[in-house]
Design a protein around this ligand. Structure first.
Ligand code: PMP
Length: 287
């Protein structure tokens, strides 16, 4: 992970070493907060409004006051401009502020507003060419997975399990149903038909996921937002993971066994080309 090069904290732009938060911040004490990660291409934040809208939805879901979206929009653009970075990653976090530790919401405490910019964390190019390995893990998260909560312990443990198994990503399975990755959404292909878990409380509906669904429909692919089981997944012709950081990532091995021909497939190629076109379009349009 790259180092943040510039930070915005509660109204001020600061070098990282001066951006300090109270030990009583509820983000630190309770993971009482929400976040977003936004990829910037050619100096343009990709689908910024969609990320800000999701931040607002996450805030509403945890009873935080609505975040100042216009200010955050401006902050993102200012951080990016001042960083001088073209390929960058923006991080936004809002917590319920700093107050003496007690579970109840503290009255009259302003939220902590953090934004950082750093060079984009790009997966090694070889991973996209060969595909990556994934392992399945029980989905032990809470029941509000649509909230982009900073409480990511279950995701962190799943990712570490994957790393220790020599895999790139963990795939969550709940009651036999595949939900999503530790930090990604998951698509699978059977006989040219694309499927992904429906949006709702079981997954975080990714901004990349939406872009891929648009791309798939525009390419005339059959697309279903329908749950599928792990048994079905093992028989898939292709598996593709998606996230802001990974973009599209083909999975060619699951729990050590090959998926399809164990090489990135035709649907992945179509979708990756479509996604690249969306990025090009965003760069050209400047938004
Ligand atoms: N699911 C989870 C659990 C994630 O952490 C992420 C990455 N933030 C995603 C899905 C993908 O979302 P996005 O495409 O918006 O990055």
């Amino acid at each position: 992970m790259s180092e943040a090069v510039l930070v915005y904290l509660n109204g001020r732009y600061l070098p990282p070493e001066q951006a300090l938060v109270s030990f009583q911040d509820r983000g630190f004490v309770f993971a009482d907060g929400i976040y977003e990660v936004i990829r910037c291409y050619g100096g343009v934040p990709f689908r910024l409004q969609a990320h800000l809208n999701r931040l607002a939805e996450s805030a509403a879901a945890i009873w935080l006051p609505p975040p100042p979206l216009e200010e955050l929009n401006e902050v993102c653009r200012t951080l990016l401009r001042r960083s001088g970075l073209a390929e960058a990653s923006l991080y936004l976090q809002v917590t319920r502020g700093a107050a003496p530790r007690q579970h109840l919401f503290p009255p009259g405490v302003p939220p902590t507003l953090l934004a950082t910019v750093q060079p984009a964390d790009v997966p090694p190019p070889a991973t996209r060419e060969t595909g990556v390995a994934a392992v399945t893990v029980p989905d032990e998260r809470w029941d509000l997975c649509q909230v982009k909560s900073i409480g990511l312990l279950a995701n962190v443990l799943a990712k570490e399990k994957a790393r220790r198994a020599g895999a790139y990503e963990a795939v969550f399975v709940r009651d036999g149903v595949v939900t999503e990755g530790a930090s990604s959404n998951l698509f699978a292909v059977w006989n040219g038909r694309l499927r992904t878990h429906p949006a709702g409380r079981r997954i975080l509906a990714g901004v990349t996921r939406t872009a891929i669904l648009e791309t798939a429909r525009a390419a005339g692919l059959a697309v279903l937002e329908d749950p599928f089981t792990l048994e079905e997944l093992r028989q898939a012709d292709e598996i593709i993971m998606s996230s802001t950081v990974m973009e599209l990532m083909p999975v060619t091995r699951l729990d050590g066994a090959p998926i399809g021909a164990a090489v990135p497939g035709a649907v992945h190629r179509t979708l990756a080309a479509g996604f690249a076109a969306l990025v090009e379009e965003a760069i050209r349009a400047g938004r």
